[in-house]
Design a protein around this ligand. Structure first.
Ligand code: ATP
Length: 240
């Protein structure tokens, strides 16, 4: 029998009040993979991740994690299962230090005992955060803030790390750097679900990818196949 996927979403439908924005999408994330969901502004990428994190309750469909139906579980119960969201726009505490922000990622009782060990691992991955550990998070550069937000997510020892537009607002060199970190984190065995408008990088990083267009999945394939797909090239890569 085939192994259960780490995350399996079936016919997910999500609405804000009477306005439906996700129209029955299905996708899966296998353990150890990097999966990207690409799409333009307003396609529903953030809404999808917020539903997986338990911050929005879907109108229909199901979300299974290691075979367990988690569709109705509250957000904290998903964090306890190590389903971790790094939200769009970082959402750090600007008047707290880098280290205080990181430690907040390990606030759940199950992780507290290992916080110092996790902190050391995050600093190994992001030496720049270690150098700046006593700096207020609000004074970090955009790239450093993104590192801090990802580091805070790693503090919860994610089984699946969901990254919402990690490259948003970053200069091209920093985008490259952030995606190198995505590769490094994946190499450590963390499963990653990434949503991005930066289609080129998101597909390069992905084992498998989905195209989300106005709340529907219109295409899927390996990252490499989608990079060469005519529709993707025309619609998202400027025909490059
Ligand atoms: P972006 O890259 O611009 O963040 P996205 O693909 O992440 O886009 P979502 O933020 O999920 O898209 O938004 C999907 C749709 O849902 C959009 O039309 C948006 O206007 C709408 N929407 C998002 N949040 C709300 C809300 N709180 N109330 C009403 N509509 C919302």
């Amino acid at each position: 029998m085939a192994q259960e996927p780490l995350l399996e979403v079936r016919d997910l439908a999500v609405a804000y009040g009477s306005v439906q924005v996700i129209w029955g999408i299905s996708f899966r994330v296998e353990e150890g993979q990097v999966v990207s969901i690409i799409g333009s502004n307003g396609a529903g990428k953030t809404t999808t991740l917020r539903s997986l994190a338990g911050l929005l309750l879907p109108r229909g469909g199901s979300i299974r994690f290691r075979g367990e139906d988690i569709t109705a579980l509250p957000a904290h119960a998903r964090v306890n299962r190590q389903i971790v969201l790094v939200p769009e726009g970082r959402q750090l505490w600007p008047r707290m230090t880098v280290e205080e922000n990181l430690l907040l990622g390990a606030f759940a009782p199950a992780f507290r005992g290992r916080a110092q060990e996790r902190l050391a691992r995050v600093y190994d991955l992001f030496p720049r955060l270690k150098e700046r550990r006593r700096q207020l998070a609000g004074t970090l550069s955009g790239g450093e803030q993104q590192m801090c937000a990802i580091g805070r997510g790693l503090m919860a020892e994610p089984k699946v790390l969901m990254l919402d537009e990690p490259s948003l607002g970053l200069a091209p060199k920093l985008v490259e750097e952030i995606f190198r970190f995505v590769d490094d984190i994946s190499a450590q065995g963390v499963t990653i679900l990434l949503v991005e408008q930066n289609v080129k990088y998101a597909l390069r990083a992905a084992d498998h990818a989905y195209v989300l267009e106005t709340g529907r999945i219109t295409l899927e394939g390996s990252g490499r196949d989608l990079l060469h797909d005519d529709h993707v090239r025309t619609a998202y890569l400027g025909g490059a």
